[in-house]
Write a protein that binds this ligand. Sequence first.
Ligand SMILES: Nc1ncnc2c1ncn2[C@@H]1O[C@H](COP(=O)(O)OP(=O)(O)O)[C@@H](O)[C@H]1O
Ligand SMILES: [Mg+2]
Length: 235
Amino acid sequence: MQTQRIKTGVFGLDELIEGGLPKDSITLVSGNSGTGKTTLSLQFLYNGIKQFEEPGIYIGLSENIHRISLAAERFHMNLEQFSRDDNLVFSDIPALEISEITKIVKSIDDKYKRLVIDPISALTFKYEADVTMREKIRELVELIREKEITAIITTELLENSNTISRFGEEFLSDVVIVLYYFREGARRFRGIEIRKARLTNHSEQIHLYKISSRNPLETGIPCGIQVFPNEKVFS
Ligand SMILES: Nc1ncnc2c1ncn2[C@@H]1O[C@H](COP(=O)(O)OP(=O)(O)O)[C@@H](O)[C@H]1O
Ligand SMILES: [Mg+2]
């Protein structure tokens, strides 16, 4: 049976993963601060509503909703309109209570097809990354799996860490996407890697990506994260 695909609509990304994320799967997007995890998540939700009539939910753990909306606007995504129309639900969890996230997930209505939790790693400010925490994250993931929803969970990696998650989230996810910010001499460039993707014949290269707010009418490329599948970061 063919796996149904949910297009992220992010320029260049879907073609690295057979056309999109497997329907109702959980994807971990991990990377250092400033690599574009929030941008990617917002594009996933925005495109879902705009192009595919799939309402979405954003659960924010590190920035308040106002700042998130402003960030989206820089990339020409007007989220407030979608929020007024109830196609997008914004929740922030300033207290960083995992039980609040669980409560929201439990109450998700069938009409919502896309979910983002950004970034789950913020919970380390409040909880030890210990066995209890891992167990709670596992329970949260189980709850998400009970819903017919395609989810992106982001996690912020510490500078110079050589792991790709904070609580072992990668083992709970179907797809793992890692965002890198490389340095070569005085030059910085960004790379995206599909580290794992169940049910998917995925690219095994690190590909170049850019973050741009140039008006798409000027460049012909939708702004935000732009992936260039034919440009490898290292040859
Ligand atoms: N207008 C812009 N043009 C190009 N890059 C931008 C623009 N605005 C933000 N960025 C880049 O995007 C990064 C922030 O992305 P964000 O999605 O918030 O990252 P993360 O959530 O991983 O911390 C900034 O560090 C900056 O490099
Ligand atoms: Mg962020």
